[in-house]
Design a protein around this ligand. Sequence first.
Ligand SMILES: Cc1cc2nc3c(=O)[nH]c(=O)nc-3n(C[C@H](O)[C@H](O)[C@H](O)COP(=O)(O)OP(=O)(O)OC[C@H]3O[C@@H](n4cnc5c(N)ncnc54)[C@H](O)[C@@H]3O)c2cc1C
Length: 293
Amino acid sequence: MTTVVHRIRVDRPVFSVEFMPPRDAADEQRLWNAIRELEGLDPAFVSVTYGAGGSSRDRTIRTTGRVARETTLVSMAHLTAVDHSIAELRNVIGWYAALGIRNILALRGDPPGDPNGEWVAHPQGLHYADELVRLVRELGDFCVGVAAFPYGHPRSNDLDADTDNLVRKFQAGADFAIAQLFFEPEDFLRLRDRVAARGCDADLLPGIMPITTRKTLAKTIELSGAPVPARIAALLEPHTDPKSFRAAGIDLATEVSQRLLAEGVSCLHFYTFNRSKATKEVVNRLGLVPART
Ligand SMILES: Cc1cc2nc3c(=O)[nH]c(=O)nc-3n(C[C@H](O)[C@H](O)[C@H](O)COP(=O)(O)OP(=O)(O)OC[C@H]3O[C@@H](n4cnc5c(N)ncnc54)[C@H](O)[C@@H]3O)c2cc1C
């Protein structure tokens, strides 16, 4: 089974995509349309997020398994430590292995309900993602990714301590990290510099979401934990018409991605929210799609 690391350490830049488990039948249809649309563009891998509750978790396992079984894509399943004992985590990891999934994004996760609420570990569970990295590694021949935060994790008091914690995840056995959303290429590149300054040369993938609507702008602010920089606000604000806002957002995502590729980034990770169109447009413009013969 091909690993994420095999797919991203190649002699040309590549891209990957992230999906969420579908909530209902209509969502499942939309998700599979997006997967089939993007499959033809040969993404390096596709990942499926892990929800807070039981049924959503089952859907992650099912969806990732189906991607592995029914498509040509390399799949990666997310896994969080939220509300799981170590025994349950072992069980989920066992399911992933049984379905032929060899790539896992190991996360601590957020408290269910209120992501900013107090984090309480399961009494027989884990406290931090580095412990989950170790557990996944112990249980099999998995390729393991972790999360990284260009502006620091919201619960961290300072960037240096947060970077030390990221490096701890690599020391625990993580092969690569995917960054949370950010606005300017420099925000990601500074994270890469901080990691490199600690003598760590692990793969860092920037997380990209084209800002095509005011809703996706609000989502970027929420997830990144940062306010919109003046330059970006000035670029997007004048576009009161949704069509021209979308065009400006696609231009911006293309420009940010081009700068990252020029700085040697090997793989751009697109947050798709189960839609394919914006990602398709940007990767086509970047020339990341293999030519058809
Ligand atoms: C690419 C990506 C994908 C994601 N996918 C999902 C998903 O599928 N499902 C989901 O629920 N959430 C997901 N998240 C969100 C993530 O679960 C939350 O951001 C969570 O709050 C942090 O998870 P983590 O793995 O980074 O935690 P950790 O690395 O454990 O960090 C949590 C906090 O503790 C600090 N810390 C870490 N280790 C130590 C230590 N040893 N001692 C002291 N402090 C420490 C960190 O600096 C940070 O402040 C994703 C995030 C990203 C960036």
